[in-house]
Design a binder for this molecule. Sequence first.
Ligand code: S3P
Length: 435
Amino acid sequence: MKKLTTTIRRGLHGQLHVPGDKSISHRSIIFGAISSGVTEVNNFLPSEDCLTTIQAFRDMGVVIERSSDHVRVHGTPNGLKLPRHPLNMGNSGTTTRLLLGLLSGQQFTTELFGDASLSRRPMRRVTEPLSQAGARFQVGEKGTLPITVFGQRNLKTLNYRLPVASAQVKSALILAALQTCGESTIIEKLQTRDHTERMLRAFGGEIYQHGRTIQVMGKPQLTGQNVTVPGDMSSAAFFLTAAALLPGSEVTLKNVGLNPTRTGFLDVLKRMGASVDVLNEKKQVEPSGDLRVRHAHLKAIHLSQEEIPSVIDELPLVALLATQAKGTTTITGAEELRVKETDRIAVVAEELTKLGARIEELPDGLIIHGQTALNPQMSDRVDTHGDHRIGMMLAVAALLCDNSLYLENEAAINISYPGFFDDLKQLCEEGTAER
Ligand code: S3P
């Protein structure tokens, strides 16, 4: 159990480099592994989820050297090797789904398993479209892990309209399509993060996008690259939220990824009336820039389906912001939140209610009534429920409380941000130091 910092009087101050982007870190290992030559990755995110991806590829014969946040991947373009034991996916949905796509076209049979949370998450959304292309799986009745993948060398090209807005599913299909002869077409329900498409192009693949239609050419010659991972917008979002909420704050987050499919949270902050400036923008494969945020008075907004994918992982923070905003905020069309590391609709409502927030659950979202002072009500305990993003959201919520608060199952935060509490402390201490 972790005692959370409360009673921040002067807000957050200073500047910080948040760790590398989780989605891009995973993909740098995957593309490095299937390309010829060496891929050098800088600012890799050494969190539990991304280390799961590294371990899985090492288990399949890929030589990967890592020193802190620098990774060197020695590509094996002629195919991965049969692992000696089932592959452990830990808590990582991204590793699992992307590997289901990649392994469906390899030359061996292997089994994937995960922890209790991952073993509840839906996998048929990936195995069904892949099966239409000739892939073979053994999936349990509930459509969850463990799954056996019977790799097939003769996968057919894909032609598939996605019924869910999911970058993981889209990426799995792209990775399968790369192993087929010819052109595959994937149509998204809504545009989701496009890190796979950008990285594939940078490694020499052919992939085209017209609106929500994606065309991928099979059997490309991919070549290892130098990848510099920008800071993770989803990690920056915790400090953006804290600084927006706490009077007196001014924080600058350096070199954060600004891929337009990931910046929905900045739009939400601005619409709520927050003061956010983008500085030193760099236009590159994955654009990045510095984000400066100051405290401001916030107002309620409505968020609907089209906007959800670009802010999907930040929705727990939108709920927290909304508790302090003037008016009633509604989030709809976000049913995907129910199948994340936890049911984030239920867990956000449960945990923020413990602090006195007025929140109603919808089947596909939340209604949050604003400007409620947060403080522990019946108990001084809140819980991550094993979900990293819930844990960090609650640590930010604690900064608004006067009374002590303790976080249970705090180790979950290592899934995406092992140094989170140190970084938060740094910004809080710069706020309390004589200025
Ligand atoms: C991710 C896609 C999203 C996101 C997850 C990472 C990715 O999941 O929530 O944290 O790296 O592709 P879905 O594809 O399930 O929406």
